[in-house]
Write a protein that binds this ligand. Structure first.
Ligand code: FDA
Length: 297
């Protein structure tokens, strides 16, 4: 109930505008968001690189309404690719195709993405294409496939809660396209998504096994130690775990001590509200933690 209320609130534009410009934004978000500027994300990235953890920089922002906005989003991500290259950061970039104009047309989005894919490949990094709500899955995978075949430095994201995901993973594995597997963070109807936590978890385990067996450079994105067990007998050099900045920091340290490869998803930027609310929905207990930080100032 609280989870769906938080997800519902995450989609209210008026509330979003109010929250993102409010003076409590910084104390509210600093545990989960690196900061408003690229420099803040770079600083976090350097710090985690020193701890042998890699990063994926995410310039926050979702659906855009014009190609000008989409081009501006692309330019922001291009800046992070240049920072990765010039400062020799061990990091990829993560993007959402709705930020790149997917709602304005597949062709427009593809066109906007090409310079980024080219720059990322030349910089020796990779573009990880986040997966959004189910209505975008076909178009997102189509674009990822095209970028993979043209440039080669992309990673798709598959959500274990979707009923279609096994088939998608088999196809992506066959094409040699790297995949990040996550449980899935959006509210979906039962026809497209598994309704119970147990079913999602058992699908996650099954899909993780498929990726570890025949995937290329797979990433298991989760904070759930039960899911991590899917990789307990796998070669540690052949896959990576991915976790979100600020979430389960003790577990992050434990994984690196044990010699696992770990990448942290590091969000930054001023459009933090939907991302932040999805994190609260995943673990409403965080609301208490966040309220304490705000009260402390
Ligand atoms: P689960 O939610 O069951 O949590 C397992 C344990 O971790 C619990 O103990 C829980 O308390 C703790 N935990 C989980 N979330 C927490 C939080 N926010 N704060 C504190 N503790 C928390 N989704 C999507 O739809 N598209 C995408 O592209 C991505 N990309 C992505 C990248 C990376 C690197 C990660 C880690 C996650 C995503 N996700 C995502 C989000 C993902 O789908 C999912 O919603 C969250 O990871 C929560 O699921 P867990 O697997 O962590 O398990």
């Amino acid at each position: 109930m609280l989870r769906s209320t938080l997800l519902f609130l995450s989609q209210r534009p008026g509330l979003r505008r109010w929250m993102e410009t409010s003076p409590i934004a910084e104390p509210l978000t600093h545990r989960f968001v690196a900061g408003q500027e690229l420099e803040d994300a770079v600083a976090v990235c350097r710090k985690v690189n020193e701890e042998r953890i890699e990063a994926s920089l995410d310039h926050l922002g979702e659906n855009v309404h014009s190609m000008e906005e989409a081009a501006a989003s692309r330019d922001q991500v291009l800046r992070s690719v240049r920072a990765i290259e010039s400062q020799k950061l061990r990091a990829t970039v993560s993007i959402k195709l709705t930020q790149f104009g997917l709602d304005l047309g597949t062709e427009a989005c593809r066109h906007n993405l090409q310079p980024l894919a080219e720059a990322a490949c030349n910089a020796g990094t990779r573009v990880e294409v986040d997966m959004e709500a189910s209505e975008y899955v076909n178009r997102t995978l189509q674009i990822v496939r095209e970028l993979h075949h043209e440039y080669g430095c992309v990673r798709a994201v598959i959500q274990a809660y979707l009923r279609r995901s096994e088939e998608d993973i088999r196809q992506l594995n066959a094409e040699g396209i790297p995949v990040r597997l996550c449980k899935g963070a959006y509210q979906e109807p039962d026809e497209v998504a598994l309704p119970s936590r147990d079913e999602i978890d058992s699908n996650y385990m099954k899909l993780a096994a498929l990726l570890l067996e025949s995937g290329v450079d797979p990433a298991l994105a989760t904070h759930d130690e039960a899911m991590m067990k899917a990789a307990s007998t796998a070669d540690r050099t052949k896959f990576e775990f991915q976790m979100l900045y600020g979430v389960r920091r003790e577990l992050q340290r434990k994984l690196t001590r044990e010699g696992y490869r770990l990448r942290l998803y590091v969000p930054y930027g001023d459009a933090w509200y939907p991302y932040f609310m999805r994190r609260m929905a995943e673990r409403p207990a965080n609301l208490w933690f966040v309220a304490q930080s705000v009260l402390r100032g």
